[in-house]
Design a protein around this ligand. Structure first.
Ligand code: ADP
Length: 348
């Protein structure tokens, strides 16, 4: 029997939803500019109304931080407690996602949570461990969890060998994957670690944080909301950086820094993987900016990466030249589709 599953991808001010029948998408939409709990509730009523021509069997929620929950989970009071517990490490996402889960309870459907961390649940010990005292990491479950897992898994699932996936959007992360098994990823305990992003600093000397704390700055707000591309150029939207970078020094620096930080992580992951077969670009920036892909790939000529200029400019699926030693892909990510596949796996 076909199952219909309504998938929710709740953001800090939006609900993206997709209705699937098994893995076939029937309809999708996005409710934006949501502020209060009432806004979210109203948006949910509208979504259920829009989907009312179909009997919905299950609800699925993308949840950013699953902590020690390593698998797609039927949402029970215990699972909700865990989502709440890990809110501390994903304060922009988990509380809103939990709120939507609770608002959905009145629709009386079995609800599943699919976690952005679960693809990275079995990272090697050396990649997930922070070098701080063990009694502290064990007490609070402090380790690298990794994020954007549904996306990294989706775009790499058909690629064999040594793969690096670059998810470049308003949040950005890079993963090293060998035969579909992740070996490392740039985000950590929280989605703040790794490369710089729209408004997040990415990895930074902890000394900067201690210093700013002493100076009484709200450091969490600074490195979460005021840094990254925005901190350098004033713009967090990459399209503005692209528009201004040829005439404006700050936009050029923001662009160059972004490329530099991505290149450095890719370089380190080539070493982790001991080579590279596939390089994948995804998410809004990765999928839509030929110039950025060209500049990153120019830094990788030393391992034989070569682009086909025309294919790159057209955002085609495979953009490497036939002479390239590494396959380079642009793959449109689909977190909702991956979420539904995960739920279907559990239902089977
Ligand atoms: P997320 O899912 O992490 O919120 P997206 O993958 O939707 O993010 O990426 C959003 C960001 O991507 C925007 O803030 C904007 O900077 C950038 N972006 C969106 N579309 C384009 C485009 N066509 N060209 C360049 N950058 C884009």
């Amino acid at each position: 029997m076909l199952k219909s599953i309504l998938v929710f991808n709740v953001g800090s001010s939006s609900i993206k939803y997709s209705l699937f029948e098994d893995s076939n998408l029937l309809k999708s939409g996005n409710k934006e500019r949501l502020k209060s709990k009432e806004d979210y509730n109203k948006a949910l009523q509208e979504i259920f109304l829009e989907c009312s021509d179909k009997k919905i069997d299950f609800l699925a929620h993308r949840v950013v931080h699953g902590g020690e929950l390593k698998k797609t989970s039927l949402i029970t009071p215990k699972v909700k407690k865990k989502i709440k517990q890990f809110s501390e490490f994903a304060p922009l996402h988990n509380p809103k996602q939990l709120m939507v889960i609770e608002l959905c309870e009145k629709f009386k459907k079995p609800q599943y949570a699919v976690f952005d961390t679960m693809f990275f649940a079995e990272l090697p010990e050396v990649s997930k461990t922070y070098a701080i005292p063990k009694k502290i990491t064990e007490k609070y479950d402090i380790r690298k969890y990794g994020f954007h897992g549904l996306s990294h898994e989706y775009v790499s699932q058909n690629l064999k060998g040594k793969t690096i996936t670059c998810h470049l959007g308003s949040g950005s992360s890079i993963s090293a994957i060998k035969n579909n098994k992740p070996l490392d990823t740039s985000m950590g305990l929280t989605p703040l670690e790794g490369i710089m992003m729209g408004t997040r600093s990415g990895s930074i000397d902890p000394g900067v944080i201690f210093f700013l704390q002493k100076k009484k700055y709200d450091v969490e707000d600074i490195i979460t909301n005021q840094s990254g591309l925005k901190g350098i150029s004033g713009y967090n939207d990459f399209r503005n950086i692209l528009k201004n970078m040829d005439t404006n020094k700050e936009s050029k620096l923001a662009y160059d820094l972004f490329i530099y930080k991505i290149t450095k992580v890719i370089g380190s992951y080539i070493t982790v993987l001991n080579g590279l077969d596939n390089l994948v670009f995804t998410a809004a920036i990765g999928e839509n900016v030929p110039r950025l892909r060209r500049d990153i790939c120019n830094n990788l000529k030393f391992i034989g990466v070569k682009l086909n200029k025309k294919k790159n400019n057209n955002n085609e699926r495979k953009i490497s030249s036939i002479f390239s030693k590494v396959n380079v892909y642009v793959i449109k990510t689909d977190e909702e589709k991956m979420a539904v596949e995960e739920v279907l796996k559990v239902l089977k």
